[in-house]
Design a protein around this ligand. Structure first.
Ligand code: ADP
Ligand code: ZN
Length: 221
């Protein structure tokens, strides 16, 4: 099973990916997490990626594509995977198609999360993440706060706010999203893999309902 998660920053891609990962027993691969891990380890890739990420810009396609290529060659992806945050440009989508074609695989579904823009900005600025790399639980100080402020419910580690989750950088990331990533919905509409659905607090349709619908859809496909 190959699942692609599309959607604006903080639209809930990672949360839905986590549920689907447990359901299908395939890894959820977050390009942002891989970059952040490289940044914390000060690798060559991390140093390069950080230049762009701190500005809320996309990391260039060639760097991103070779990073994903390396990750997809790992053995845990042999039964499938969920890609969260990749592709983010048409160039990346074309590169992914080529990689999959070479290994005789194809995308089963592209889950496109549609979330109102005002909610997105709130979700970004209220987002807090567990600093334990084995946990990475995500909270929201308003929608889904931790029981003890600043402390992860699941593992007791400290929560932190991402450098790029400030209002200014978030606005920039949204512009980048609309310019460079949103056109991917057209790209995947043509392939027939696109599944667009709303994830929104306002209508009380959150990760659980969305995931359930995706699983149901895939069953009947
Ligand atoms: P979010 O979905 O909240 O924006 P991510 O963790 O997916 O967060 O991405 C954080 C940042 O990492 C992006 O703003 C971008 O700078 C970089 N990044 C992640 N994935 C990609 C990608 N596929 N192409 C280019 N840059 C990426
Ligand atoms: Zn934790």
């Amino acid at each position: 099973m190959i699942i692609i998660m599309l959607g604006a920053p903080a639209s809930g891609k990672g949360s839905v990916a986590e549920i689907l990962s447990a359901e299908y027993k395939i890894p959820a691969i977050s390009s942002g997490d891989i970059f952040r891990k490289n940044i914390s380890e000060q690798t060559e890739l991390g140093i390069k990626a950080n230049e762009y990420m701190t500005k809320g810009q996309l990391v260039p396609d060639d760097i991103t594509v070779s990073m994903i290529k390396a990750r997809l060659s790992e053995s845990d992806t042999k039964n499938g995977m969920i890609l969260d945050g990749f592709p983010r440009t048409v160039k990346q989508a074309e590169a992914l198609d080529q990689m999959l074609e070479e290994s005789g695989k194809k995308i089963d579904i592209v889950v496109n999360l549609e979330t109102p823009e005002d909610e997105i900005l709130q979700r970004i600025t209220n987002r807090r993440i567990c600093s334990n790399p084995e946990c990475k639980a995500v909270y929201n100080t308003v929608l889904h706060p931790s029981k003890v402020e600043g402390i992860c419910d699941k593992c007791g580690s400290k929560l932190y706010q991402r450098d790029d989750d400030t209002i200014e950088k978030a606005k920039n990331r949204l512009v980048v999203y609309f310019e460079q990533t949103a056109p991917l919905t057209e790209y995947y509409k043509k392939t027939g893999a696109l599944y667009s659905t709303t994830l929104s607090q306002k209508i009380n349709r959150m990760k659980e309902e969305v995931s359930k619908d995706v699983i149901e859809y895939l069953k009947n496909k």
